[in-house]
Design a protein around this ligand. Structure first.
Ligand SMILES: Cc1cc2nc3c(=O)[nH]c(=O)nc-3n(C[C@H](O)[C@H](O)[C@H](O)COP(=O)(O)OP(=O)(O)OC[C@H]3O[C@@H](n4cnc5c(N)ncnc54)[C@H](O)[C@@H]3O)c2cc1C
Length: 424
């Protein structure tokens, strides 16, 4: 997105006054949610930072934030929450053609179209650029064949952020394209994967001659790697809790419908607090079980609390960096902090709970939450890039250390040795 011309920008007070006037005139808490979201998104006040001809008002981050504060003061429902708003929209805004943005952004902001991220494959998670799902051109369309895995929310997604190989004759990073991929079509089979905590929030996705219009290409043919990096930078920011603003909990029909919509969407993510270790529960449970007399345990809890405060401050810096439009290293640091805290919290929970920690189900400690923490925490240091990969990123991009040695980055992908042959 290009920077707005500062000389033509309204002042903070003018933006607030315009937004207030619009909400005074239009916010009706009894309006059906779909009708309200259409009105709000078309007015540009749902996403005031988006371009004016693409459902926004072209405001820079600080003024867009002021407008959103006015939305909250009015008690109004904002744009939909989810991966579409958090990952797809900022990626499209940076890399897609204005025409494609106009087609897709409206469904994201209104919540009509939910999204998933079709990146990881059975043999390619950390080595994402080694992906083998491939596409060949057929007139105005591309035909896609391959398999994705760990695809969170694919079971309800209308679109996927899809990475595919479109040229196997160049080095691996240079032959990848990024598509806004329609999920609901023949040739796409979504199968849930059961996790060890009993949930099934992610899926395997089989793509068998599935089709995507050429017009849905994001970032130019074979230019998908740069686009993927944008999505990943925003994903690391999710560790700082940037999933979107939840609708007001109480109010009229619009709020209730928005809260129900968000609750339904967020069911997929219900276990994420447990994945993060629930450090908030360690001290209360220790107090309730009478464990505060144990000096070693108290030290462990204090260390956990200190780690958590430091991470909250880093997360706040990540929020500020994103608001300023420059997602940066804070996201990777925050994500790594999140893994360390989750592991430390799980260890502390085990020490507090003792053998009780092995019991699961609603009648176990904290209604089963402690047991769910212990089997969910491993996911924290894998999702969105593993700890080892975060270390690489911080080493190379933040500290300027030499790049990791690579044996396959400079040769044509067709010559790379792998146990999957289907991209060739
Ligand atoms: C809760 C959850 C949700 C997810 N949601 C999605 C989703 O919606 N969409 C999606 O596309 N993916 C999703 N993923 C997948 C996730 O991005 C991958 O699991 C992750 O990138 C790791 O890839 P992998 O599982 O193939 O592990 P591998 O890459 O096989 O890694 C195995 C081990 O080797 C280590 N390793 C690998 N390469 C290196 C290296 N170069 N240096 C040092 N160590 C290395 C790793 O750190 C790890 O410990 C999700 C995962 C989880 C846990």
């Amino acid at each position: 997105m290009s920077e707005p011309d500062a000389s033509s920008l309204p002042s903070d007070e003018e933006v607030r006054a315009d937004a207030r006037a619009w909400f005074d005139a239009n916010w009706d808490p009894e309006r059906p949610l779909t009708e309200w979201r259409d009105l709000l998104v078309d007015s540009g006040w749902a996403c005031p930072g988006w371009p004016a001809d693409r459902y926004g008002r072209g405001l820079p981050p600080d003024l867009a934030r002021a407008a959103t504060e006015e939305l909250r003061s009015a008690g109004a429902v904002g744009a939909a929450v989810g991966v579409g708003m958090a990952l797809a929209a900022p990626t499209l805004l940076e890399h897609a053609s204005p025409a494609l943005q106009r087609v897709l952004l409206r469904g994201i902001a209104t919540g009509r179209d939910t999204w998933c991220q079709l990146f990881s494959e059975p043999s390619n998670g950390s080595d994402l650029a080694g992906l083998t799902t491939h596409a060949r051109r057929d007139g105005d369309e591309w035909i896609v064949t391959g398999q994705k895995v760990w695809t969170t929310g694919a079971h309800h997604a209308a679109y996927g952020m899809l990475l595919v190989r479109t040229d196997p004759d160049v080095p691996k990073h240079q032959g990848i394209s990024y598509f806004a991929f329609p999920m609901r079509q023949d040739g796409v089979v979504v199968r849930p994967l059961r996790q060890m905590n009993g949930r099934a929030s992610f899926n395997e996705v089989f793509l068998d001659e599935a089709r995507v219009p050429h017009a849905n290409l994001v970032g130019g043919l074979h230019g998908g790697w740069a686009v993927a990096r944008t999505t990943l930078a925003h994903e690391r920011g999710l560790a700082a809790g940037l999933f979107g603003s939840l609708p007001p909990a109480s109010g009229g029909r619009t709020c209730q419908e928005a809260a129900a919509e968000a609750a339904e969407y967020l069911k997929t993510y219900e276990w994420y607090p447990q994945r993060a270790g629930r450090p908030d529960l360690v001290a209360p449970v220790a107090r309730r079980l009478g464990r505060f007399g144990d000096a070693v345990l108290c030290q462990e809890i204090a260390a956990l609390h200190t780690q958590q405060r430091a991470a909250q401050i880093t997360a706040q810096r990540a929020v500020e960096a994103r608001r300023a439009g420059r997602p940066g290293p804070e996201g990777s640091l925050g994500k790594l902090h999140g893994s360390n805290i989750a592991r430390a919290a799980a260890a502390a929970h085990s020490h507090v709970a003792g053998a009780h920690g092995m019991l699961s189900g609603p009648e176990s400690l904290e209604g089963g939450i402690v047991a769910e923490v212990l089997v969910s925490v491993p996911g924290q240091s894998i999702a969105g890039g593993t700890d080892e990969i975060q270390h690489d990123i911080i080493g190379e991009r933040v500290l300027g250390l030499p790049k990791e040695p690579s044996v396959d980055a400079d040769i044509p992908f067709r010559q790379v040795r792998t146990n999957r042959r289907d991209a060739r």
